[in-house]
Design a protein around this ligand. Structure first.
Ligand code: DGP
Length: 215
């Protein structure tokens, strides 16, 4: 892990993680509206970013329209994050807070759930920017499976999601905050908004950017 020495004010890198159907996407847009409402410069991003050519290959794989070796798709997901690395850094340095729906933790959790070595899974993520805060929306695989739309994409299967949950448990580090995602949507939002404000303020005052992998 490398740190730069800049203590300049910057935006915060906030990541939402969790099992499929944990509510990340709705909460990302609520967080965006909340921070915008307070006058912060903020953008909402998501990975995989399906708009790039790498992202389109990932999208086709997820929709079961193409089949790729597990290592190959792992590296494509990682490449999809790397292709946004420079833009991410410049946005943060210009003071924009980024709320990211899935990041390297998804990369490692989903691929290691297939049986790939966790250390190997982490290696292509090394050098990407480390999040200031990871909000893990905690829900059991069974409860997530009951939510609407489950089962449409490759990984949305209960037995596989149970393995993903176990992998996520091994990735939890000091940047993580575990949020009870089974609460009503407004209560989840309240927990998130309270947590992000501190983080945004710390970065605004000046916090060096750091790189993965943190642990
Ligand atoms: P989403 O667009 O958030 O629904 O994500 C699509 C699916 O891809 C979801 O099942 C989680 C999975 N996923 C997201 N990022 C990665 C990654 O980096 N690696 C792998 N293997 N799967 C990922």
């Amino acid at each position: 892990m490398k740190n730069n020495n800049s203590s300049d004010s910057r935006g915060a890198l906030i990541v939402l993680e969790g099992l499929d159907r944990c509510g990340k996407t709705s909460q990302s847009s609520r967080l965006l509206q909340y921070l915008e409402g307070l006058g912060h410069a903020v953008e909402s991003w998501r990975f995989p970013d399906r708009t790039t050519s790498v992202g389109q290959m990932i999208s086709s794989y997820l929709a079961n329209k193409s089949h790729l070796d597990d290592h190959t798709i792992h590296l494509l997901f990682s490449a999809n994050r790397w292709e946004k690395r420079l833009l991410m850094e410049s946005k943060l340095k210009s003071g924009t807070t980024l709320i990211i729906d899935r990041y390297s933790y998804s990369g490692v959790a989903f691929s290691s759930a297939k049986g790939l070595d966790m250390k190997w899974c982490k290696s292509p993520e090394m050098g990407l920017l480390a999040p200031d805060l990871v909000l893990y929306l905690d829900i059991s695989p069974e409860k997530a499976a009951e939510r609407g739309g489950y089962g449409e994409e490759r990984y949305e299967q209960l037995e596989f999601q149970k393995k993903v949950a176990q992998s996520y448990n091994m990735l939890n580090d000091a940047s993580w905050k575990i949020i009870d995602a089974t609460l009503p949507i407004e209560d989840v939002e309240k927990q998130l908004t309270e947590t992000v404000l501190d983080c945004v303020e710390t970065c605004r005052k000046g916090k060096p950017l750091s790189e993965l992998w943190l642990s």
